[in-house]
Design a protein around this ligand. Structure first.
Ligand code: G4P
Length: 521
């Protein structure tokens, strides 16, 4: 039997250390986690086989891989899709965001809007995803709540519309004013936040004397906010004009249940999706899904490769024969998995909004569509403008076969873009990245997963533009410019700097030179 409860599928975006892992664990604590098989993706709980590459991830305290956590809350199935925490992986984040209906932006109250939060937020805006903002770590001294609202307005150009307002300044978190009901939600600390934080709702006339002064401040600010057009408006939120804001302490479990309630009340549910040809796939139509990420090397013991897909329409049942839209070929889904933290379990069925992993589906690439019944193809995920370039070659030429296989795999996963030209040959292609940390992942995985240590050498290019065959011919041999081809066929003209790119475009109006979406910091 398929579980047809309503879905909410979202991702948390934040600067590293803002508390994403802590929040994820707290959310799972408040909800009933569907799969018992694995650990929640969080520090101290990672039980899955740790490859060297994951050791690197662990050492850095960031999440490079993506997985989904599924749980039930108030008779809804919630899919929390994990995103990489570092802006160097914003291209990856962008792909993940194609799989969610909304995002929660986690902000550290002490630090405000950090550069990477801003970058990730811009990625959300690019995708037109509604964003809920959670101001975290309110149990610690930090900026004032009004200051934080100003920062959001100024830096993100989104109207913050707080749904809760803190009672007590940062570092003295007594509870929140629920701006929709006017009630005081008072928190009680628990040791280490280990269990659900008890909250008591009370009417304004029930506020205890010891909280009266801070309550009065909160009420005053709440009234100011209303005068300042900062009340929640569902239409404006869904249109990406406003962001509902709430205050929390993930560590103390304060505000976590409220976040779940907000997701259910406000965040959009899975809805009809447009194909590349403009056709509409309703959620109730035949099964279709969109691959948003391909990942291998999750487990060193078994050579596995997972293609993560979001179910867009219909019910998925394991064993179904689906059609791969890009090749027109059928394939059997005997080995579909639910992805949970680092662990995977066999999945029997899935509904729109759910994330499934196809095991060893070699043909699937990020951006691909699979379907049953009427053909559908969803728009591909665009790639970002790379800003860092390196040539790569095998340190040990006798391992060239492993080298080729590894580079091909990482290319298919989209870990980096791989560029080639006849001039350079295949021994030493060019790697192009949005952020330099992508090269570290390549280095690590090539050595540990593919047994082919590599040599990287920096190239002096900074800017990439797409061009065509005629452009490539016209630009050949020009100083400070090189044209290379990506494995998807796209030709990229690389320039030593912005100035050269601009002058070339100005002096050669006939040459096609188009900018890609900017993703880098
Ligand atoms: P991340 O996944 O976004 O990188 O952040 P993570 O949850 O790992 O949290 C980063 C640090 O911030 C952790 O402390 C965590 O305990 C702390 N933290 C998270 N939420 C809150 C909060 O609401 N209040 C307070 N006061 N701290 C919070 P750490 O010392 O780096 O790690 P640990 O030793 O506590 O695990």
């Amino acid at each position: 039997m398929s579980d047809t409860r309503p879905r909410r599928t979202f991702a948390v975006i934040s600067h590293p250390d803002a508390g994403k892992s802590t929040l994820t664990e707290a959310l799972a604590l408040h909800a009933r986690v569907i799969t018992e098989a694995g650990a929640v993706h969080g520090k101290g709980h990672r039980r899955a086989t740790v490859s060297d590459w994951m050791a690197m991830e662990k050492a850095r305290g960031i999440s490079i891989t993506s997985a989904a956590l599924q749980f039930v809350y108030r008779d809804h199935v919630i899919n929390l899709v994990d995103t990489p925490g570092h802006s160097d992986f914003s291209e990856d984040t962008y792909r993940v965001l194609s799989a969610v209906d909304s995002a929660v932006m986690l902000v550290d109250a002490g630090k405000g809007l950090e550069p990477q939060t801003l970058k990730l937020f811009q990625v959300c805006a690019l995708r037109g995803i509604p964003v809920l903002t959670v101001i975290n770590k309110w149990d610690r001294p930090g900026l004032s709540a009004l200051e934080l609202m100003d920062l959001i307005q100024e830096k993100i150009k989104l109207r913050p519309t707080p749904l809760t307002w803190p009672v007590g300044e940062a570092g003295d978190f007594r509870g929140v004013l629920d701006r929709r009901s006017g009630e005081f939600v008072k928190y009680t600390r628990t040791a280490g936040g280990a269990t659900r934080a008890p909250e008591r709702r009370m009417r304004p006339d029930e506020v205890p004397a010891e909280d009266a002064a801070v309550w009065a401040d909160a009420v005053e600010e709440h009234e100011l906010l209303s005068l300042d057009d900062a009340d929640h408006d569902q239409r404006r939120f869904l249109a990406g004009e406003t962001t509902p804001v709430m205050f929390a302490s993930a560590l103390q479990n304060f505000g976590v249940a409220q976040l779940l309630d907000l997701l259910l009340d406000l965040a959009p549910e899975p809805s009809a999706t447009l194909g590349v040809d403009g056709s509409i796939r309703e959620v109730a139509d035949d099964f279709s899904a969109f691959v948003f990420k391909v990942q291998s090397g999750m487990n060193n013991a078994h050579r596995d490769r997972l293609a993560y897909a979001r179910v867009v329409s219909g019910t998925f049942e394991r064993g179904m024969i689906v059609t791969h839209a890009n090749t027109g070929r059928p394939f059997a889904t005997k080995f579909a998995q639910a992805v949970f933290g680092r662990e995977t379990t066999s999945v029997e069925s899935a509904e729109p909004g759910d994330i499934i992993g196809f095991v060893n589906a070699q043909a699937l690439r990020a951006g691909d569509t699979v379907f049953v019944g009427d053909a559908i193809k969803y728009p591909p995920v665009p790639s970002f403008a790379p800003e860092h370039f390196m040539t790569v070659s095998a340190s040990d030429i006798s391992r060239y076969k492993q080298f080729r296989r590894g580079i091909e795999q990482l290319d298919q996963e989209g870990v980096v873009q791989v560029l080639r030209s006849d001039l350079r040959g295949d021994q030493s292609p060019v790697l192009a990245a949005v952020g330099p940390m992508q090269f570290e992942v390549v280095e690590d995985r090539m050595a540990n997963e593919f047994n082919s240590p590599i040599r990287l050498s920096r190239l002096d290019y900074q800017v990439a533009r797409t061009t065509d065959a005629a452009g490539a011919a016209a630009l050949a041999g020009k100083r400070g410019i090189e044209v290379l081809q990506r494995s998807d066929g796209t030709r990229l003209a690389l320039f030593v700097d912005q100035w050269r790119a601009n002058v070339t475009a100005r002096d050669n109006p006939d040459i096609l030179l188009e900018a890609l979406p900017a993703g880098g910091a």
